[in-house]
Design a protein around this ligand. Structure first.
Ligand code: SF4
Ligand code: SF4
Ligand code: FES
Length: 844
C-alpha cells in the first residue's frame, strides 16, 4: 500500500483501506470508517490513558491484543476489530470490571445510558467465575447506595466506578483543577477530593456528564426520571455570549437537565455550571405566572387583557400629551433576537421614542455610538482561532466568569499548543495563574499601562513602521515606559518584556472584557487597545475581541436596541419601517436621570432588574419612584417588579424557540422545550400584543417577522478602524481621602445576572454574598474570615461577611453582585471611574 505523502499513513481495518495523518490512533482511524470500537476511558478531548482496555483490537503480526485508543497507526497495519480473539478480550475485560461492581442497574441513575450496562448486554457473559463477596466501599453506613457527596452537585458511588480516570483527567487537563484525585491503590482505589476540599469549580458538572457509569451523578437529575422517559431538544446557553450548544432533557411540561451538544467551533462539549444548571429558570418554582396590577397600593392578579389595555391607555395618554420621548424602554441582552428587535421597533414606530437600551449595568453611557469602542467591539473574532495564537493577551477581564468557553480555549492554547498568556487586570484571576506574567495594575490605570507598552513597542522599533516616534509620543500621555510603570505599579522591565512579546508574536490574540466595557473610560481604553493593536500589527496578524458578555448582547446591538444604533442602521430602519423618530434617545443611565428630573414619565423594563444591577442603587430607586408609570416583565418577582404598576410574566428561553447571536456574531437557533409556564409569554409576544392594543401588531406571523429580523442580522456590522494612532491621555482619578479603598463589583463564579440566584443548584454553589479582602487589609482592620465588614461609599453602605483571599492585592476589595439580600450596586457611583469605599469592622 503506497503512502500518499510523508505525513499520512495507510492501513487496513476490517478489510477496508484508509489513509490518515501520522499520529492518528487506530480508534480514530476506525471512527473515520464508521467502525465502532467500544470505549470507557477514551474521550475525544483528553489524552489517551489506556486505562480500561475495552477498546482491544487485533493487529496482524502482533502477539497480543492492543488498545486501539492509545496505539498509533503504522504503515501497512492490518487491524481487526470484531475477530473472535477481540470478542474474547472484551468479555474478559467486562468480567474483570464486574468483579466488584454492584448489581444496581434497576436503581442506578445511569441505567439506560450507561456504557457498562450497554457493553455488558452486548459483549458480556451472564455468569461470573468469581464467587466471593463483592468488595463494598462504605463511607456512610446510613447511605442507601453508598453515596458520598464530593461537591454541591456531585455525588460519588465508588462501588460503581470502573476507574477510567476520565473525571480526574478532565478536571486537571481541561479545567486546570486539583480538587479531585485517585487515592489508594488496586481494588481499593477511590475517586475523592483532597482533605478539606470539594469539587465546586465552574466546570464541575462536566465530570458527571463524562463519567461512563453511574459512579458520578448530580442531585439535579438523579432519581427524578428515567432517561428513556425523556426527550431532548436542541438549545443554546441563555447566559454567556460564548453561545455553548446544549440539549435540554424534558418530559411533557417538565425540564430535567441540560447536557452538552458538542460544537467544536464553540464549546468542544464542555459547559460551565451556569449553563448546565441555569436551565432551572424554566421550572415553575418562584416564577411569575400571571399578570399583576397595582390596585389600592398592592399588586393583584389580573388578566392579560386588563393588564395590556391599562398599559396601552397609559402609554397613549403620555404619548399624546407629552410625547413618546417621555417613555423609555430597557431590555435584557439575554433575550432572543425577535424580542429585542420587536422592542426596538415598537418604541421607534409606535411610541416614537429612541429611549431604548439593553446596557443596564454600565455607567456614563453615551447617547451616540461610542466611536472607538464600537469599532473595536465590531471586529471579527473566532473562539476556535484562539488556539492558533502564539501570544494571548487578556485585558480587564475575569475571563473565566465572563466567558467560560473562551477561557477553556485559552487554557487549551496554552497547555496543548504552547501559546503564551499575559493578563493585564486590576486583580488576580484564576486564568491569570496560567500567564507568563500576570500584570496586576493599580485600579483605574490600564490606559497608562497600555501607553507604556506602546512606548515599549516604539523602543523595539515598531513605531517607526507606523509613523514617527515623536508623533507617537505626542499622542500618548504618559509616553515613557518609566512613567507608565510609576502610574500602573508594573515595573519597567515587565512592561518592556511584554512589549517585546507583542512585537515578536506571529499570531497574537487580544481579548478585553467586562471591566473595560463597563468602565466610564471605555472609549479611551478602546483607543489604547487600538494603538497597541496598530503598533503590534494585531489587525494584520491576529485577532482582537472586545467581548460582549450576555447571550445576545451582540444580537441586541446588531438589531439596534440602543438609543442611537448608528447612522447605517438608522437608515436601514427608516427604509424597512418607512419611519424613524427624529428625536434624541436616552441611554439607560440617562433614562433614570431623566426620571429623577421628572422628564421621563414611564418605563417599560423587560427581563432586567436595575434596582439590583444598575450603579447607584439609591438613585435608581429615586428614578423609578418618580415615574408616573412603570411596567416590568420578568421571570421572577424582583426589587424592580415590586415597584411596578403592572408586572407581566415573561417566559424563559426554554419555553419558545428563537435565536441568539454569540460573541463571534454567529446566529444560533434554539428550540422550545416546553410551553410557556402559567400565563407567561415570550418577550416578543408581549411587545406585539401591546403594539396591537396601541396601533396594530408588529407581525401576524412570527416566521415572516423572522425574515425581517434576518435582514438586520445579515448586515455586515464590522466597522473600519482608524489607520493612525489615536490620542490617549491618562488622567489621575480624583480620590476622596475619606473613601480610599478601590472596590470592584464582580460576579460570584456560579452567578450570572439576577435569575441564577433563583435556581436551586446554582444558589447552593453561590452561598451568601461576601466581600473578598486580602489578608493584609483584613489584618489592618482586624477582621478574620466571616467577620462582618461595613462598606461605605459616598452614596451608600452595605454590611457583608469577610472572605479572606490569598490571591487578591492588598489595595482592592471585591464585592459580589446579584445577591438580592446585599445589593452592592448601592455603593457604586454613577460618574466615577473607580468605586472607592471605606471599610470598617462591625463590632458584634
Ligand atoms: S453503573 Fe451502569 S452497570 Fe453499574 S449499576 Fe449503574 S447502570 Fe448498572
Ligand atoms: S468516577 Fe466515573 S469518570 Fe471517574 S474514574 Fe470512576 S468511572 Fe471513571
Ligand atoms: S478506551 Fe482504550 S483503554 Fe480505555
Amino acid at each position: 500500500m503506497a503512502e500518499k505523502d510523508n505525513n499520512s499513513v495507510s492501513l487496513t481495518i476490517n478489510g477496508r483501506e484508509i489513509s490518515v495523518p501520522k499520529g492518528t490512533t487506530i480508534l480514530e482511524a476506525a471512527k473515520q470508517l464508521g467502525i465502532y470500537i467500544p470505549t470507557f476511558c477514551w474521550h475525544p478531548k483528553l489524552k489517551p490513558a489506556g486505562a480500561c482496555r475495552i477498546c482491544y483490537v487485533e493487529i496482524e503480526k502482533m502477539p497480543k491484543l492492543m488498545v486501539s485508543c492509545a496505539t498509533p497507526v503504522a504503515p501497512g497495519m492490518i487491524v481487526h476489530t470484531e475477530s473472535e480473539k477481540v470478542k474474547q478480550g472484551r468479555r474478559a475485560v467486562l468480567e474483570f470490571t464486574l468483579i466488584n461492581h454492584p448489581l444496581d442497574c434497576p436503581t442506578c441513575d445511569k441505567g439506560g445510558e450507561c456504557d457498562l450496562q450497554d457493553l455488558t448486554f452486548r459483549h458480556g457473559v451472564d455468569q461470573s467465575r468469581f464467587d466471593f463477596d463483592k468488595y463494598r466501599f462504605i463511607r456512610d453506613k446510613k447511605s442507601t447506595f453508598d453515596d458520598f457527596r464530593l461537591g454541591p452537585e456531585i455525588i460519588r458511588n465508588q462501588n460503581r466506578c470502573i476507574l477510567c480516570y476520565k473525571c480526574v483527567r478532565a478536571n486537571t487537563e481541561i479545567f486546570g483543577e486539583d480538587d479531585l484525585g485517585a487515592f489508594q491503590r488496586g481494588n481499593i482505589t477511590e475517586i475523592d477530593t483532597p482533605p478539606g476540599r470539594q469539587v465546586d469549580s465552574l466546570y464541575s458538572g462536566n465530570l458527571v456528564e463524562i463519567c461512563p457509569v453511574g459512579a458520578l451523578t448530580n442531585t439535579d437529575w438523579r432519581y427524578k426520571i428515567r432517561v428513556w422517559n425523556t426527550q431532548t431538544v436542541n438549545s443554546i446557553c441563555p447566559y454567556h455570549a460564548d453561545g455553548a450548544n446544549i440539549k435540554i432533557w424534558k418530559d411533557r411540561q417538565n425540564v430535567f437537565r441540560v447536557t452538552s451538544r458538542r460544537n467544536d467551533a464553540i464549546d468542544e462539549g464542555w459547559l460551565s455550571d451556569v449553563t448546565r444548571y441555569g436551565y432551572q429558570i424554566a421550572k415553575p418554582e418562584g416564577r411569575l405566572l400571571n399578570p399583576l396590577m397595582k390596585k389600592g397600593g398592592s399588586q393583584v392578579a389580573v388578566t392579560w387583557e386588563e393588564a395590556l389595555s391599562a398599559i396601552a391607555r397609559k402609554f397613549k395618554d403620555i404619548k399624546d400629551n407629552k410625547g413618546g420621548v417621555c417613555i423609555g424602554g430597557m431590555i435584557s441582552p439575554q433575550l432572543d433576537c425577535t424580542s429585542v428587535y420587536a422592542f426596538s421597533k415598537f418604541f421607534r414606530t409606535i411610541i416614537h421614542s429612541n429611549n431604548v437600551d439593553f446596557r443596564t449595568e454600565y455607567r456614563m453611557l453615551p447617547e451616540i455610538p461610542e466611536d472607538m469602542y464600537s469599532r473595536m467591539a465590531s471586529q471579527e473574532f473566532s473562539i476556535a482561532d484562539i488556539e492558533k495564537a502564539d501570544l494571548i493577551m487578556v485585558l480587564d477581564s475575569d475571563i473565566m466568569k465572563e466567558h467560560p468557553n473562551v477561557n477553556l480555549r485559552i487554557r487549551k492554547a496554552i497547555t496543548q499548543k504552547g501559546a503564551r498568556l499575559y493578563t493585564l487586570n486590576p486583580v488576580e484571576t484564576k486564568t491569570g495563574a496560567l500567564s507568563v506574567d500576570e500584570m496586576v495594575f493599580r485600579v483605574g490605570t490600564l490606559e497608562a499601562l497600555l501607553n507604556g507598552v506602546c512606548a515599549g513597542l516604539a523602543e523595539a522599533g515598531s513605531a517607526s513602521k507606523k509613523g514617527d516616534t515623536a508623533a507617537l509620543k505626542k499622542c500618548l500621555e504618559p509616553h515613557t515606559v518609566k512613567d507608565a510603570a510609576q502610574i500602573s505599579g508594573i515595573s519597567e522591565e515587565r512592561i518592556k518584556a511584554f512589549a517585546r512579546a507583542v512585537a515578536h508574536a506571529q499570531r497574537p490574540c487580544l481579548i478585553a472584557g467586562e471591566w473595560l466595557t463597563e468602565s466610564s473610560m471605555r472609549e479611551k481604553l478602546a483607543g489604547a487597545v487600538h494603538n497597541l493593536a496598530l503598533l503590534g500589527s494585531l489587525y494584520e496578524k491576529g485577532q482582537i475581541g472586545l467581548l460582549a458578555r450576555a447571550a445576545n448582547s451582540k444580537g441586541a446591538k446588531k438589531l439596534g436596541a440602543l438609543p442611537h444604533p448608528g447612522p447605517g442602521m438608522i437608515e436601514k430602519m427608516r427604509q424597512t419601517w418607512g419611519e424613524y423618530p427624529d428625536v434624541p434617545g436616552l441611554a439607560s443611565d440617562r433614562m433614570i436621570r431623566a426620571s429623577v428630573k421628572q422628564e421621563l414619565d414611564a418605563l417599560f423594563i423587560v427581563g432586567v432588574n436595575p434596582m439590583l444591577t444598575m450603579p447607584d442603587g439609591q438613585f435608581v430607586r429615586e428614578g423609578l419612584e418618580k415615574l408616573d408609570f412603570l411596567v416590568v416583565a420578568d421571570l421572577y418577582e424582583s426589587e424592580t417588579t415590586q415597584m411596578a404598576d403592572v408586572v407581566l410574566p415573561l417566559s424563559s428561553w426554554a419555553e419558545y424557540g428563537d435565536r441568539f447571536v454569540n460573541l463571534e456574531g454567529r446566529v444560533q437557533e434554539f428550540q422550545d422545550a416546553i410551553k410557556p409556564l402559567g400565563q407567561s409569554r415570550p418577550g416578543y409576544m408581549i411587545v406585539n400584543d401591546l403594539a396591537a392594543q396601541l396601533k396594530s401588531p408588529l407581525f401576524s406571523e412570527k416566521s415572516r417577522f423572522a425574515d425581517e429580523v434576518d435582514t438586520f442580522l445579515n448586515e455586515n456590522s464590522v466597522m473600519p478602524v482608524p489607520e493612525t494612532l489615536v490620542e490617549v491621555r491618562f488622567m489621575e482619578d480624583k480620590i476622596n481621602p475619606e473613601f480610599p479603598t478601590p472596590m470592584l463589583v464582580v460576579d460570584q463564579e456560579h452567578h450570572f445576572g439576577h435569575w441564577t440566584e433563583k435556581t436551586k443548584s446554582l444558589s447552593v454553589f453561590c452561598g451568601e454574598a461576601a466581600v473578598e479582602i486580602s489578608s493584609a487589609l483584613a489584618e489592618k482592620i482586624g477582621v478574620v474570615n466571616g467577620d462582618i465588614i461595613r462598606i461605605e461609599s459616598e452614596v451608600g453602605k452595605v454590611n457583608l461577611p469577610a472572605r479572606i483571599s490569598e490571591t487578591i492585592d492588598a489595595e482592592v476589595i471585591l464585592v459580589y453582585r446579584n445577591f438580592s439580600a446585599s445589593p452592592v450596586n448601592i455603593l457604586q457611583m454613577r460618574k466615577r471611574r473607580v468605586d472607592r469605599v471605606k471599610i470598617t469592622r462591625v463590632e458584634s
